[in-house]
Design a binder for this molecule. Structure first.
Ligand code: SF4
Length: 125
């Protein structure tokens, strides 16, 4: 009979305690989690194991700014597996100044329920 084994170690980032949570595959192939000390940690570990998400930070080209690029980010975490697809769309996008920090630059990108927003102000040249 197969023994249980650790398939992933996840550092919980929900609070500063930073618990180390182990995803363990049992003999029945079911995954359980060990090492969390609260419900939020378990939820984080399940999300991170089954469907990891990240806030994407990058830059978008600017047509008429005093800088050629503006730093941007998603307003909510998006699926990790979609990051490169989202980056391709952003690479083809150009925006115009004036831009205020928090301005929505691409709405609901790839229908992921996330917007691309400006991370700083950028005025016209
Ligand atoms: S499991 Fe709970 S206590 Fe531990 S880091 Fe995550 S949120 Fe904090």
């Amino acid at each position: 009979m197969a023994e249980s084994s650790i398939v992933k170690v996840i550092r919980c980032i929900v609070c500063p305690t930073g618990c180390e949570i182990k995803a363990i595959k049992g003999a029945d192939d079911k995954v359980s989690f060990d090492g969390y000390t609260c419900k939020r940690g378990l939820e984080y570990a399940e999300q991170e194991f089954y469907e990891p998400k990240r806030i994407l930070t990058t830059t978008i080209r600017v047509e008429n700014g005093f800088l050629p690029l503006i730093p941007v980010r998603t307003d909510v975490p998006i699926l990790k597996e979609k990051l490169s697809e989202v980056l391709k769309i952003i690479a083809k996008t150009k925006v115009k100044t004036p831009i205020k920090m928090g301005d929505l630059l691409i709405e609901n990108i790839l229908d992921l329920g996330a917007n691309i927003i400006a991370s700083r102000d950028l005025s016209e040249p």
